[in-house]
Write a protein that binds this ligand. Structure first.
Ligand SMILES: Cc1ncc(COP(=O)(O)O)c(C=O)c1O
Length: 376
């Protein structure tokens, strides 16, 4: 069976266009905090590396250059406390969204199979399941998976820190999913693209645990995959620089398919990614920038009477009104101030009373947003 495009919902951001036009009519101009695309400059290390590698007449390796694979393995050891990852446990991807959308298909899932994803979630987990003809089922713990579907689950998506609500899964919660997935024969894939952005303790002090962490469920990599991306941590969404890592047998299967499909990360981007992973300083500086903007927006939302929930990590503030009004009303209220945010309904029915504000405004835009909220 091929991709089932008819099974897909309307592309969510298209639904926001009318409110974006309304917000743009504000005399002070549009402050777009909806999508969460980075606005700060790409660090020089990446730009210089991509330029230095621009003479690229041959095909790049699908599995990544030895230098890149080493850089990813080193990143896990230095930043995530994951040691001993073999070089054949990593595979570059062209941004992480394509892997989120393709993984169910690449794993051979189809009709009759179930893909579990978080209840309030990045929409592409649902999309990827539908593209494969599988059934997406929301659940935040194994106990929430309907009993009659458990035996059909082939893939469980975790997202920690989560988009949109910033929830972090600790070692125990990760281990619970790993044990459960093992018992039904499912793969667990953890999307960890916001791992560098932890604000609240214990994650800010101890770091956000990876699914590949040796403390999780016995430490074997079998049946586990973790996704990571440089889009946010390195202001490199335009580079499409990401990877999947974990169970070498699964990675080998994915790599074999991607060789046939020609899905390889461009050579100059491989060089840039390796360079970025060697520069933890740039990531730390960007974290400080987001931390500062986050404090300003948190205070402004609080003073304007909004109620922020979760949001202890990640790139977003997830908030509602005291009476939990429908998200589209809150989006419209903020659009009248020229501020565009994402409606929680984009992330599932359970998000209907919430909206999501990205920390990705420039310092000037964030200060202006706070001033408009204060004046409202
Ligand atoms: C949870 C999550 N996963 C994956 C992505 C995709 O990121 P990219 O394709 O830029 O790596 C995003 C982007 O916003 C995201 O929020």
């Amino acid at each position: 069976m091929g991709f089932d495009a008819a099974a897909l919902p309307t592309f969510p951001w298209d639904l926001l266009e009318p409110l974006k036009r309304q917000a743009a009519e504000h005399p002070g101009g549009l402050i777009d905090l909806s999508v969460g695309a980075p606005v700060d400059p790409t660090p020089d290390e990446l730009r210089e590396a991509v330029a230095a590698a621009s003479d690229s007449p041959g095909y790049p390796p699908t599995v990544g250059t030895a230098e890149l694979r080493h850089a990813i393995v080193h990143h896990y050891a230095a930043e995530r406390g994951v040691t001993g990852l073999p070089a054949d446990a990593v595979l570059p991807t062209i941004g992480s969204k394509e892997m989120v959308a393709l993984l169910p298909s690449l794993l051979g899932l189809g009709a009759g199979d179930v893909v579990v994803h978080p209840v309030v979630a990045y929409p592409t987990y649902d999309v990827g399941a539908r593209l494969a003809g599988a059934r997406p089922v929301p659940a935040d713990s194994p106990a929430q998976v309907p009993g009659d579907l458990a035996a059909k689950v082939r893939l469980v998506w975790l997202n920690s820190p989560a988009n949109p609500d910033g929830r972090v899964l600790g070692v125990e919660a990760l281990g619970e999913w790993v044990a459960w997935a093992g018992s039904v024969g499912a793969v667990v894939a953890s999307d960890e693209c916001y791992a560098a952005l932890a604000w609240a303790d214990p994650w800010a002090s101890d770091g956000v645990p990876s699914l590949l962490d040796g403390r999780v469920g016995g430490g074997s990599l079998a049946g586990r995959l973790a996704l990571y991306s440089l889009s946010k941590q390195s202001n490199a969404a335009g580079y499409r620089a990401a990877w999947v890592a974990g169970d070498p047998a699964l990675i080998g299967r994915l790599a074999a398919l991607r060789k046939h499909m020609g899905m390889m990360m461009p050579g100059p981007v491989q060089a840039a990614m390796a360079a970025a992973l060697g520069d933890a300083g740039a990531v730390a500086r960007q974290r400080q920038v987001y931390g500062r903007r986050r404090r300003i927006l948190l205070e402004a939302l609080d003073q304007a009477g909004y109620v922020v929930e979760g949001s202890g990590a990640g790139l977003y503030l997830w908030f509602t009104t005291p009476d939990r009004q429908d998200c589209w009303r809150t989006v419209a209220d903020l659009a009248s101030l020229g501020i565009l945010v994402a409606p929680g309904a984009f992330y599932g029915q359970a998000g209907r009373a919430f909206v999501r504000m990205a920390l990705t405004g420039s310092d000037q835009a964030v200060a202006e947003a706070a001033a408009r909220l204060a004046g409202a």
